[in-house]
Design a protein around this ligand. Structure first.
Ligand code: ADP
Ligand code: NA
Length: 330
């Protein structure tokens, strides 16, 4: 197809995805389906670079895939699959590892940070070679564009270097991918600590809206959101981070411009905004929650969808791998 290939890999999430994942990432993935050739991969091979509970990993992988489907990832327009189902990822990673400099890999700041936290004995070689596996994920599909946050930028640079190096040593094989920055991308903050990004690693659960939470719990969290001691509902992220975050969430879900929301809430209290926002958020998440549980209650159907995705992915990946094997002399 003429559409650019977009690769996005996400780690299985041990619990439920949160509103930041949904509004900041998933909503864009769903939109992209009409514009690009999307490859969405639950990267369970990456997840075992730190110690895992096997049963928990298996459940998380399925729960994560189910939430993507429930949020609107369409297995007909996207290639949605689980990384470990497609052996070519590990196979290409081996080959790429043999053209990666040890010093080059040693410069990856994410490895340096994570291994410093874990200590040398708890740090695995798998964590060290993680960026090489990520390069394989991307390069197998002729990826043109990779949505990356700041924490993955250096890894994408390594991917580009490896692609260029392989091409110049063995002949034109890989597409050299570019970073993709979505036109508009929401950034959602913690409801209890509205200057910190909403994140699964938050100290407390109270500031986190989870896709699979009971509606009453979601509403309660929104109604307990930290705001400020003023009374006016005005968008000012520096002075009023709590209120601005609520307005951002409202605007992103409903598509209403912030200025219209400010006008709508002129002269009204924070309680009104929170109550109405709770309805908006619950209304948006309820179908996703219901659909996720339906998918998880029908394991055969979820397996079928993931098997079809793995077949689609494997067919493309194996073509690339065959060329690579031939070029390196196998
Ligand atoms: P977390 O920060 O909870 O660990 P991840 O790093 O696993 O989440 O991110 C998964 C995806 O969700 C990424 O595309 C990331 O940019 C997006 N994302 C995560 N948190 C937010 C947030 N608070 N606002 C917007 N997007 C977010
Ligand atoms: Na993170």
């Amino acid at each position: 197809t003429a559409r650019p290939v977009v690769f996005s890999g996400m780690q299985p999430s041990s619990d439920s995805l949160h509103l930041g994942n949904y509004l900041g990432a998933l909503v864009n993935w769903v939109k992209l389906q009409d514009e690009v050739d999307p490859i969405y991969c639950v990267v369970d091979l990456h997840a075992i670079t730190v110690s895992q509970d096997p049963a928990e990993l298996r459940a998380s992988t399925r729960r994560t895939a189910a939430q993507y489907l429930a949020a609107g990832v369409d297995p007909l327009r996207s290639t949605l699959f689980v990384q470990s189902h497609v052996p070519a990822h590990a196979e290409l990673a081996w080959v790429l590892g043999t053209i990666t400099g040890f010093g080059e890999a040693s410069r990856m700041t994410q490895f340096k940070d994570k291994s410093a936290k874990q200590g040398a004995d708890a740090t695995t070689v798998g964590l060290f070679t993680y960026p090489v596996l990520m390069a394989a994920d991307i390069l197998l599909y002729g990826t043109d564009l990779v949505p990356v946050g700041d924490d993955q930028r250096q890894h994408l640079e390594l991917t580009r270097d490896l692609a260029g190096r392989f091409n110049s040593r063995f002949g034109e094989t890989f597409t050299v991918p570019e970073a993709y920055i979505p036109k508009e991308s929401a950034r959602i903050y913690d409801l209890q600590e509205p200057t910190a990004k909403m994140s699964k690693s938050a100290a407390s659960d109270a500031g986190l809206i989870r896709l699979l939470d009971e509606p009453a719990r979601t509403a309660k969290k929104i109604k307990s959101a930290v705001t400020d001691t003023e009374r006016d509902i005005r968008y000012d992220p520096a002075a009023k981070p709590g209120i601005s975050n609520l307005l951002d969430i409202y605007a992103t879900i409903t598509g209403t411009p912030i200025a219209d929301l400010e006008a709508q809430y002129a002269g009204r209290g924070y309680g009104d905004l929170k109550k109405e926002l709770a309805d908006v958020v619950v209304g948006a998440l309820e179908p996703i929650r219901t659909r996720t549980f339906e998918l998880l209650d029908d394991p055969a159907e979820l397996d079928r969808i993931l098997a079809v995705g793995a077949d689609k992915a494997a067919e493309r990946a194996e073509r690339t791998l065959a060329t690579v094997y031939e070029r390196v002399g196998f």
